[in-house]
Design a protein around this ligand. Sequence first.
Ligand code: F3S
Length: 81
Amino acid sequence: PKYTLVEKDTCIACGACGASAPDLFDYDEEGIAFSILDDNKGTTPIPIELEDDLEDAFEGCPTSSIKMNQKAFDHTPNNVK
Ligand code: F3S
């Protein structure tokens, strides 16, 4: 499975990810994106039917702030390398 979270420190609130993957990404009050499924923890497996959307969001983010991993993230989003 795939996991995702948003590196909020580098997100510039461009809005591309939510357009590509509306079921996966939403925005906080400042327009900064986060992953919906697990409140940006990156610990919930992405449903298989949403993996294409995730791929699009990953490739479409201008600041590479969409992080993707094959296993659950085990660190806080703002420290994702
Ligand atoms: Fe931010 Fe990238 Fe989405 S800049 S709003 S994470 S496409």
